[in-house]
Design a protein. Structure first.
Length: 376
C-alpha cells in the first residue's frame, strides 16, 4: 500500500480523511511494515464502506486486513438505523458466523505425541472435511428449523455436549432474533447433511501446542500453560450460510434503486436496516449464526468421542467460541447501532445491549480474575 496516501496519527493508526462520497473517515490500525505489505484494495474497500448511509464515527480496518468481498477482511463498521443505516449481505460475508472454538485437552503435548498418528486418523474418520462434505447426521425440515432457532443450545439438548459449554460460547450458544422462515428452502436443503462437518478452504480442526504464554494472568485465569495441548476448530455455517449470502446479495442489488441507494461497489449491496428486506436479512443471518454455533458444537462432540477412543483421560474443556462474519445490534454510548464484523477480526469483548450482558459468565469470571491479579 502507498502510505503517502494516508495520514499517520500514531505508530499504529492511519487515517484517510473523508473525500468524494465518503461520509466518515477510514482508519487502519497497523504498524508501518504491515501497512506497506497491505494490498491497495484494502484502502479502496474501506473507503467504499465509509460511503454507506448511516455509518457512525469511521470505517475501521484491523492489522490483518486484506482484500475481501465488499468489506476488506478485517473491516468493522457501525450503522445507525435512525440515520438511514444499512445492512449489507456482502459486507457480512458468505460464511456467516465462521469462527474459532478452542478446547483444552487436559493433556500435555508429550501425552499425545506417541499416539498422534492414530488420533489424526480417528479425527479424520469421525469429522468429515472437504468441498461438499456430508456427515452422518440427517435433519428433517422441522429439526433444521429448530437448529436454526436454538444454535448450540439445541445441539446440547440433542445430546451433543455439556450444559457448561454454553458458558464459554458467545451469546451463550444461541443468537436471539433468528427467523428460519426467512431462510430459503434451497439453503435449508444444502444444510440437511452438513451438520458436524468442517467444509474446505481455510477451515480446520487442529491439535495445537501452547508454545508461548504472553500474559500470565490471562493464561492462569483460563488454566493454560506452556506445553499444554489444545484443540482448535475453525468453521462456520457451511452451505446454508453461503446460500443466504447469495440469495440476499441478489435481492439487495435489485432493491437498491428503490431505496435510493447509490452503491460504491456492487459487492456492498445493502438495504436500510429498518426496511422489510433489511429485517428479513437480519432474521436469516441470525439463523445462520445459530447454524454455525450448532455445527461447531456437534464437531466438538465428535472430537470428544475421538479423543476418548484414543486417549481416554482427555477432557476437552471448552475455553471459548467466538464468531466473525457477523452483524449484531449493539448499544454504545446511548446510541443504537448495528455493527458488522468481518472475518479476520475476532471479537471477545464485554458489551451490553439493553442491559443484557452478552459475554458468557465463565469468560466474565476469567476476565475478573485477570483484573484482580492485575490489582494484586
Amino acid at each position: 500500500m502507498d502510505i503517502s496516501l494516508l495520514q499517520r496519527r500514531s505508530d499504529n493508526e492511519w487515517w484517510i480523511a473523508p473525500m468524494g462520497k465518503m461520509r466518515a473517515p477510514a482508519i487502519i490500525y497497523a504498524d508501518e511494515t504491515l501497512m506497506r505489505e497491505m494490498d491497495d484494495k484494502v484502502r479502496e474497500q474501506i473507503c467504499n464502506v465509509a460511503m454507506l448511509p448511516g455509518i457512525q464515527k469511521a470505517a475501521y480496518a484491523m492489522p490483518d486486513a486484506h482484500w475481501g468481498y465488499g468489506f476488506p477482511i478485517g473491516g468493522v463498521a457501525a450503522f445507525d438505523p435512525d440515520e438511514g443505516g444499512v445492512v449489507s449481505a456482502g459486507g457480512v460475508g458468505f460464511d456467516v458466523s465462521c469462527g474459532v472454538r478452542t478446547l483444552h485437552t487436559g493433556l500435555k503435548v508429550q501425552d499425545i505425541e506417541r499416539v498422534k498418528s492414530e488420533l489424526a486418523d480417528v479425527l479424520f474418520h469421525m469429522i468429515p472435511a472437504g468441498v461438499g462434505s456430508t456427515g452422518k447426521i440427517r435433519l428433517s425440515r422441522s429439526e433444521t428449523d429448530a437448529m436454526l432457532t436454538g444454535g448450540a443450545r439445541w445441539a446440547i439438548e440433542q445430546g451433543y455436549g455439556w450444559e457448561e459449554d454454553l458458558e464459554r460460547i458467545e451469546e451463550r450458544g444461541c443468537m436471539a432474533g433468528a427467523r428460519p422462515e426467512e431462510v430459503s428452502e434451497h439453503a435449508k436443503k444444502r444444510q440437511e447433511q452438513e451438520m458436524g462437518t468442517l467444509g474446505s478452504g481455510n477451515h480446520y480442526l487442529e491439535v495445537q501446542k501452547v508454545a508461548r504464554v504472553y500474559d500470565e494472568r490471562i493464561a492462569c485465569a483460563y488454566g493454560v500453560q506452556e506445553g499444554d495441548a489444545v484443540l482448535s476448530i475453525h468453521c462456520g455455517s457451511r452451505g446454508l450460510g453461503h446460500q443466504i449470502g447469495t440469495d440476499f446479495l441478489k435481492r439487495m442489488v435489485e432493491a437498491a434503486p428503490g431505496y435510493g441507494l447509490d452503491l460504491p461497489d456492487r459487492e456492498l449491496a445493502c438495504a436500510p436496516i429498518r426496511s422489510p428486506l433489511g429485517q428479513s436479512y437480519l432474521g436469516a443471518m441470525r439463523a445462520a449464526i445459530n447454524c454455525a454455533l450448532a455445527n461447531r458444537q456437534i464437531i466438538t462432540y465428535l472430537a470428544r468421542q475421538a479423543f476418548a477412543q484414543v486417549i481416554p483421560q482427555a477432557r476437552l474443556t471448552l475455553l471459548y467460541d467466538v464468531s466473525h462474519n457477523t452483524c449484531k445490534e449493539e448499544q454504545h454510548r446511548y446510541c443504537q447501532v448495528v455493527e458488522r464484523v468481518k472475518q479476520g477480526l475476532s471479537r471477545w469483548t464485554i458489551f451490553g445491549v439493553n442491559g443484557r450482558v452478552q459475554c458468557p459468565q465463565a469468560t466474565l469470571w476469567a476476565h475478573v480474575a485477570c483484573c484482580q491479579a492485575s490489582n494484586a
